[in-house]
Design a protein around this ligand. Structure first.
Ligand code: PLP
Length: 401
C-alpha cells in the first residue's frame, strides 16, 4: 500500500504547478550564496529595493512610540474607523465616486483583499476571468474559493486587452473579471477606450444573462505611472466595481501587509456585500489588517515612492535592451519590463540568462510564452552592472536564431 501524502491532494497539485516567480527567486538566493550577491543580477521579484518614503518612516516611529492609545489591540474586523474614513475620503477624490467609510475594509495587502472579495462572491464553479499575461497568484486565489479561472489570451505587442475576445469568454457562470492596470507583468496602462469597451461588454452580458459580473480592479501599481499617463477611474465607468488596493508598492511596504477593499456605493445590495466582506476578512483568519500600519497608511495617502527614480531605471534598462536588439513595448507604469524572448522557447531563454547569472521570469509563468519579465525595482547599480551579462546573453541568443 502506498503511503498517502502528508499534504492534501489539492495542495499537492498546486505545489507541482507552483509559481515560476518564486522558483526564480529561490534560484537567485542560491546563486548569490555561491557567487556573491554583487555578481548575480536578480530581476525576479517585485519586491521594491527602495525604503519607504521618509514621512512613512516618521509615521511608523511616531505610532510605535505613542503611549496609551490602544493601537496594538483588536479593532472591528473592517479596520479602525478613522482609517476607513480617511481612506474613503481620499478614494472619493481620486475616483470621482463618493465612497462612504462603511464601504472600506482594511486588508492584509492586495493578496488578502482579493481573497476576501473572492470568498465573499464566489459559489462553487463560478468563473473568474483574467487577461493574459496575468499575475499568476490569481489562479491560486480563485481556487482557494472553489472558483475556476478563465484566461483571455494575450494581445501583443501593446498588451491592451481585447474586448471582443473578453466577450467570447463570458458565460452565465462568470462572476468576476480581474483587471490590473498598471499591469504586472507588462507595465502597460490600459487605455480609457479599452476599459470603456470592457465595461460595455460586461454590461451587455449582465443584461443578456440577468447576472452580476463584478470588475475586481487590482490596483497596487496605481501610483507608479510615468509621463503623465492618465489613469481611468473604473468605478466611474462600471457600476459593479470592487477596488482592491495595497501600499506594498506605492509606499514600499510589501512586508507589512497592508491594503484595502473598496466596494462601489453604486452596487445593488452593497450593504450585504460589505457584511460578507467584513465577515470573510475575519474568518479567513486575517481578523483585521495590521493595526499600526492601517494608521500609517491612512496618514500617508498623499505620499508615494519616488516615481521619477523608477522612470530613470525604466529608461536606462529599455535603452540598454533595445541597443542589444531586444524587442519590447516601453511600459507606462509599474516597475516591470516584458520583452519578447529572442528565442521562441522562453523557458530555454531563462536558462541561458541564468548561465550568465541574470535572473528573469519566463512569460509562460504569466500565461504568455515567448516573452520574459524583468522586475527593475532594484537599485540602478544592479541594472548598470548587468550590461555585460546582457551583452553576453545577446551574443549567444542572436547567434542561435
Ligand atoms: N496584484 C498584483 C498584480 C501584484 O503584482 C501583487 C504583488 O506583486 C499583488 C496583487 C499582491 O500584492 P500585496 O503585497 O499587496 O498583497
Amino acid at each position: 500500500m502506498t503511503k498517502k501524502s502528508v499534504v492534501s491532494e489539492r495542495v499537492l497539485v498546486s505545489l507541482e504547478n507552483s509559481s515560476f516567480i518564486r522558483a526564480m527567486f529561490e534560484e537567485g538566493i542560491a546563486l548569490k550564496k555561491k557567487y556573491g550577491a554583487e555578481n548575480v543580477f536578480d530581476f525576479s521579484l517585485g519586491n521594491p529595493e527602495n525604503e519607504p518614503p521618509l514621512r512613512v518612516r516618521e509615521l511608523i516611529k511616531m505610532y510605535a512610540s505613542q503611549d496609551d492609545q490602544g493601537i496594538h489591540k483588536y479593532m472591528p474586523n473592517a479596520g479602525h474607523s478613522d482609517v476607513r474614513e480617511k481612506t474613503a475620503a481620499y478614494l472619493s477624490k481620486e475616483t470621482g465616486v463618493e465612497y462612504p467609510a462603511s464601504n472600506i475594509v482594511m486588508t492584509c495587502g492586495a493578496a488578502g483583499g482579493i481573497n476576501v472579495v473572492l470568498k465573499t462572491i464566489l459559489n462553487p464553479g463560478d468563473e473568474v476571468v483574467v487577461f493574459a499575461p496575468y499575475f499568476p497568484e490569481y489562479f491560486a486565489y480563485v481556487d482557494n474559493h472553489r472558483g475556476t479561472t478563465v484566461v483571455v489570451p494575450p494581445n501583443p505587442p501593446a498588451f491592451q486587452p481585447d474586448p471582443g475576445s473578453l466577450a467570447a469568454h463570458i458565460n452565465p457562470n462568470t462572476k468576476a473579471v480581474i483587471i490590473n492596470t498598471p499591469n504586472n507583468p507588462t507595465g502597460v496602462v490600459y487605455s480609457k477606450e479599452t476599459l470603456q469597451k470592457i465595461a460595455e461588454v460586461l454590461s451587455t452580458k449582465e443584461k443578456e444573462y440577468g447576472t452580476n459580473i463584478f470588475i475586481i480592479s487590482d490596483e497596487p501599481y496605481k501610483k507608479i505611472v510615468f509621463d503623465n499617463q492618465p489613469l481611468t477611474s473604473i468605478p466611474q465607468i462600471y457600476k459593479n466595481t470592487i477596488i482592491v488596493n495595497s501600499y506594498s508598492k506605492s509606499l514600499s511596504l510589501a512586508g507589512e501587509r497592508i491594503g484595502y477593499v473598496a466596494v462601489s456605493p453604486l452596487i445593488d445590495g452593497v450593504d450585504m456585500l460589505m457584511h460578507g466582506a467584513i465577515y470573510c476578512n475575519r474568518v479567513l483568519g486575517y481578523v483585521n489588517a495590521p493595526s499600526m500600519f492601517q494608521k500609517v497608511a491612512a496618514d500617508a495617502q498623499d505620499e508615494s515612492v519616488d516615481v521619477e527614480s523608477y522612470k530613470k531605471r525604466r529608461d536606462v534598462f529599455c535603452a540598454m535592451l533595445k541597443e542589444l536588439g531586444f524587442e519590447l513595448t516601453i511600459p507606462e507604469g509599474a516597475f516591470y519590463l516584458f520583452p519578447k524572448s529572442p528565442i521562441p522557447n522562453d523557458v530555454e531563454f531563462k536558462n541561458i540568462a541564468l548561465k550568465h547569472k541574470v535572473i528573469i521570469v519566463p512569460g509562460s509563468g504569466f500565461g504568455c510564452p515567448g516573452y520574459f519579465r524583468i522586475a527593475y525595482c532594484v537599485d540602478m547599480k544592479t541594472i548598470e552592472n548587468s550590461k555585460t551579462a546582457f551583452e553576453a546573453i545577446a551574443k549567444e541568443v542572436f547567434q542561435l536564431s
